[in-house]
Ligand binder design. Sequence first.
Ligand SMILES: Cc1cc2nc3c(=O)[nH]c(=O)nc-3n(C[C@H](O)[C@H](O)[C@H](O)COP(=O)(O)OP(=O)(O)OC[C@H]3O[C@@H](n4cnc5c(N)ncnc54)[C@H](O)[C@@H]3O)c2cc1C
Length: 352
Amino acid sequence: MIKTDILIIGAGPTGLFAVFEAGLLQLKCHLIDALPQAGGQCSEIYPKKPIYDIPGFPEVLAGDLVDNLMKQIEPFQPGFTLGERAETIEKLDDGSFVVTTNKGTKHQAPIVAIAGGLGSFEPRKPLLDNLRKYEDNGVAYMIKDPEVYRNKRVVIAGGGDSALDWSIFLADVASEVTLVHRRNEFRGALDSVEKVQQLKNEGKINLITPAEIVGLHGEDTLEAVSVRKTTNPDEVVTLEVDNFVPLFGLSPKLGPIADWGLEIEKNAIKVDTFDYQTNVPGIYAIGDVNTYPGKLKLILCGFHEATLMCQSAYQRIYPDKKYVMKYTTVGGVTGFDGSKKEAPKAVVKSIN
Ligand SMILES: Cc1cc2nc3c(=O)[nH]c(=O)nc-3n(C[C@H](O)[C@H](O)[C@H](O)COP(=O)(O)OP(=O)(O)OC[C@H]3O[C@@H](n4cnc5c(N)ncnc54)[C@H](O)[C@@H]3O)c2cc1C
């Protein structure tokens, strides 16, 4: 059981910044995210897009903002459970919550902060009868650790950046990489398309287009896939493989959190703007996942909500302690690793 002070569901910009604000109050955080990396929409949807409305940054790439947030929270040593979706919540007699993921990892905390954004990103799956049988037995919808594919025969399906980028990357890791796409044209970055073409010419990637996977075979684990050329439906070839990775994109869904007994309005969780608490005391909702009159789905709003949420969480955990808010420029920042960013001595300007 992983124990922490604030369990944050969602490691997007809101969840990450909550770690910093909690850290200033000496509260420890652990984050769960269904994706294999932190950053939420910024990392998954638009890492290379500039953002112009982060205070103090006239322009920052979404991916760089996430890198900066990760650096900012480093001193507070947050824990991460990545690539797992928070599935169920249970309230214990002592008032704390236990959140269990789809992989069975259990987390306990007196405070749960849902920073789930648009919801957990669920993979779009191909329509194949026996797909479920091979999930985690040769079929995966995201690549968490490329080393899993070392010296393996891998078939990737898809036509976007993920399919292209992973095909390129795995060309040096796997023993055989086959990329299957139902069109001849790819949707990804032009230089990635060119690189795949070059690797194909060098014999490092097998490219089959326009085609689709129509069958999966194997006793218990995946052993082969059937590929059909869409220009000639009668032409079906069977490839012996170890892994099949369909990368058809991810679509966000509020998912299991919708069944946690929280008040939901238009697919978002209703909160009190006093402290962004939900109708269940001890469970907060911050960032894109919440709703209240005047709500704006912006990163800076998520940062504000995370800040007020942490203050309220502190009072819930330590009802008898009086917290006096200090600016970081006055109190400095003391990390859990003992690192210190000291506040400079006050500069007093003489008036005569
Ligand atoms: C193309 C695009 C451009 C944008 N441009 C701007 C901009 O210029 N300025 C701006 O301020 N905003 C912009 N936004 C909006 C901004 O990205 C969001 O407001 C912001 O990402 C919200 O952050 P968040 O942390 O609340 O949620 P998200 O970034 O959505 O992160 C939520 C995380 O929670 C995870 N999650 C959800 N449910 C679960 C679960 N059950 N278990 C585990 N994990 C879960 C998800 O996997 C996800 O990683 C843009 C959005 C898009 C799509």
